[in-house]
Design a protein around this ligand. Structure first.
Ligand SMILES: [Zn+2]
Length: 270
């Protein structure tokens, strides 16, 4: 059944993806690391403003950026669905331009509701992570957009293997970066406990992406796509975060402590 949520935004998936997660891998997913507020310590080195699922709602994006500015993020990361089924580059550009005006460096992947022909990036606008490696503040950031198959036949759908291939392409372009400094950004969530759970209770994240995260061990894995699956959890020792849909005012501020290999996640809302 196709479920349509408020404001005309379809829930991306309401059906389970059949591929099971092996039991031994399930033990490495820890749902206990729910979003928590922790005061800044001496070792915090980098602060990420994580956004996803803007769906073209510039008013919410503008308000989030204004509200987050006093926290002085070092970087804005957008995990896809920048637009709501845009077909022209100008529509993507108009949203990214709002982020650019904040003066903060930013990077992004496209979502399943964005035009896939622009996955190579929009000229001069932030950094498109697609098959690329963005280095900032001592971090290497890789990303891949789109989602696996949905019941809606949305514009940018692909296979799990393709998402992994594009992430690997990006990772191969990260040079001289040590393992603890890797950040991974996808629109599609990995299979998890919190960040891929639909309203119907199905876990629809990618098992292959889960395995990939366990293999390459990024310090942070950001995703979106499942609007109702706001939260964070540990996958191995990677902190995986779904900041929630920005078009509804949801975002996350994430403080990354490289030395201790920890990420403190603060949920934000308008
Ligand atoms: Zn979305």
């Amino acid at each position: 059944m196709v479920a349509v949520l408020g404001e005309g935004i379809p829930s991306p998936i309401d059906k389970p993806i059949p591929a099971p997660v092996p039991p031994d891998m399930q033990q490495l997913i820890n749902p206990s690391a729910a979003i928590v507020s922790i005061s800044r310590g001496d070792h915090i080195q980098f602060k990420v403003l994580a956004l996803s699922d803007i769906h073209g709602k510039i008013s919410a994006l503008t308000s989030i950026l204004a509200k987050a500015q006093p926290s002085r993020p070092d970087l804005v990361v957008v995990a896809g669905d920048i637009t709501h089924f845009a077909t022209r580059s100008e529509e993507v550009w108009s949203i990214l331009e709002v982020i650019g005006r904040s003066g903060l460096p930013y990077c992004y992947v496209l979502g399943n509701c964005d035009p896939p022909q622009f996955k190579g990036g929009i000229d001069g606008m932030g950094m498109c992570l697609e098959s690329n490696c963005f280095t900032v503040g001592g971090f290497s950031i890789i990303g891949a957009g789109g989602s696996t198959s949905t019941p809606f036949g949305t514009p940018f759908e692909t296979f799990e293997e393709d998402i992994i291939d594009r992430l690997e392409m990006g990772r191969s372009r990260c040079q001289g970066q040590s393992r603890p400094n890797l950040i991974l950004v996808t629109h599609n969530p990995p299979r998890g406990q919190i960040i891929d759970k639909t309203r119907a209770g199905s876990h629809v994240g990618s098992p292959k992406l889960l395995k990939y995260i366990l293999d390459i061990k990024p310090i942070l894995a950001l995703s979106g796509h499942i609007h109702e699956a706001i939260g964070s959890e540990l996958i191995g020792d990677t902190t995986a975060v779904n900041p929630g849909p920005a078009f509804r005012g949801s975002y996350a501020l994430i403080e990354v402590d490289v030395e201790r290999r920890q990420a403190f996640v603060h949920r934000g809302s308008l």
